[in-house]
Ligand binder design. Structure first.
Ligand code: SF4
Length: 248
């Protein structure tokens, strides 16, 4: 196992069967060596600095119905709100005074935030805070929308792919959503010059080690600038309320 960790460290890759062994091992020594090597890589690129981001949650409305999500449209008990342009500017102002230099506007896929509305907000932020990065996390939109928001001044876009295996993706999302479209969005965003964040859930219902390997392979293909990996946490108002998570 140690050899596998060293191979991963020196070549940044393993075969699928080697990745499977490493992901499934419960050997504490291997986990510790892996942690140390990961920490070395982290320090090489980021040192010991902590980078703070100012998250502005602009809307809890969403037209989608992802089965794991607490703000899916079918959840009639969700507390819904959206911020208007003025409120978003107030958040940015308070954040700037506190020292934040990245604003992340994040929300569900809310049709209130049309391209015109978003471009107006982004341009105003860009003009007032030229020294700040503007990050968006607003889900799947048209290529035209991504292009306009980039031209208005956005720098980064976060869009986790969530599951790169099509069967698992289908089991977590409603029929009208597709993995192909999500991947297309991510490649478009990259092509437009955004710094792109992708990522996936760990422990999703019925997720297998092979599914996780698919996620890693997709990230190798996409080469995003940021990767977000988060645990599946069952939400009590979703069809997955009684799920405990996958096999991992
Ligand atoms: S698109 Fe995002 S916010 Fe909307 S239901 Fe899916 S996970 Fe939730």
């Amino acid at each position: 196992m140690t050899e596998l960790v060293e191979k991963l460290y020196s070549t940044s890759d393993l075969s699928d069967s080697e990745l499977k062994q490493l992901i499934e091992t419960d050997d504490a020594d291997t986990a510790e060596i892996l942690r140390k090597r990961a920490d070395e890589v982290r320090r090489r690129y980021y040192g010991t600095k902590v980078f703070l981001r100012g998250l502005i949650e602009i809307s809890s409305y969403c037209k989608n119905d992802c089965l794991y999500c607490g703000i899916r449209r079918s959840n009639k008990d969700a507390d819904r709100y959206r911020l208007d342009r003025e409120q978003i500017m107030q958040c940015a102002e308070a954040g700037y005074e506190l020292g934040f230099r990245t604003f992340v506007m994040q929300g569900g896929e809310d049709s209130y935030f049309t391209d015109d509305v978003m471009c107006g907000i982004i341009s105003e932020l860009r003009e007032k805070y030229p020294d700040c990065a503007i990050t968006l996390s607003l889900g799947e939109r048209s290529s035209e929308s991504y292009r306009r928001m980039k031209e208005a001044g956005a720098d980064r876009y976060l869009l986790r792919h969530e599951a790169a295996d099509s069967e698992l993706y289908r089991s977590l999302h409603p029929a009208e959503m597709s993995l192909e479209h999500r991947k297309k969005c991510l490649f478009e965003l990259k092509g437009l010059g955004y710094q792109v964040g992708a990522g996936f859930m760990v422990g999703a219902p019925n997720q297998t080690t092979e599914n996780l390997i698919s996620d890693l392979r997709f990230l190798q293909e996409l080469q995003p600038h940021m990767i977000g990996i988060g645990p599946f946490v069952p939400h009590h108002c979703t069809p997955f309320a009684d799920e405990k998570g996958g096999t991992l």
